[in-house]
Unconditional design. Structure first.
Length: 151
């Protein structure tokens, strides 16, 4: 079973209903763009940044993975090449709140929080936007998966 590790970004002003765009990290428009200053591309390692772009586009500012990556690169949004700096998006009114257990995902979604989940044993990031029973509905920037079970 997939173990989900939950990370949470909370807006200063919480909106309870949002529609998130689906950005694929391997979209031809940006798949070959260098991720930060590393040798990775958005396609090869841009799942977290692409998930953040989806979240930000639905909340505070229109970003694609291409222009968010460029902004992050120019504004200290990465360290050690392409490691995302959570505080870098504070400028846009989004604040990293930390790590939470799976049991908190549904309540956090009900509160209107932006939820980013770390899945595949810590190797992949997705944006959670809702749930049906114990299935968390997600926008996955790389795979065709549409949900993960809380179990």
């Amino acid at each position: 079973m997939m173990k989900i590790v939950l990370f949470l970004l909370v807006l200063v002003v919480v909106a309870l209903s949002r529609t998130y765009p689906m950005y694929k990290q391997c979209d031809p428009a940006w798949k070959n763009d260098q991720l930060g200053t590393s040798s990775n591309t958005i396609c090869s390692a841009g799942c977290l940044m692409s998930s953040v772009a989806m979240a930000m586009t639905a909340t505070v500012k229109n970003f694609t993975p291409a222009n968010l990556n460029k902004w992050l690169t120019q504004n200290r949004g990465y360290e050690s090449g392409d490691l995302f700096v959570w505080e870098s998006v504070n400028t846009f009114g989004i604040t990293f709140q930390g790590k939470f257990p799976n049991s908190a995902i549904k309540a956090k979604l009900d509160q209107g929080c932006i939820i980013l989940c770390n899945v595949h044993n810590g190797k992949h990031w997705v944006l959670a936007y809702g749930y049906v029973n114990d299935n968390i509905l997600i926008n996955d920037p790389n795979y065709s998966v549409q949900s993960y079970s809380l179990s």
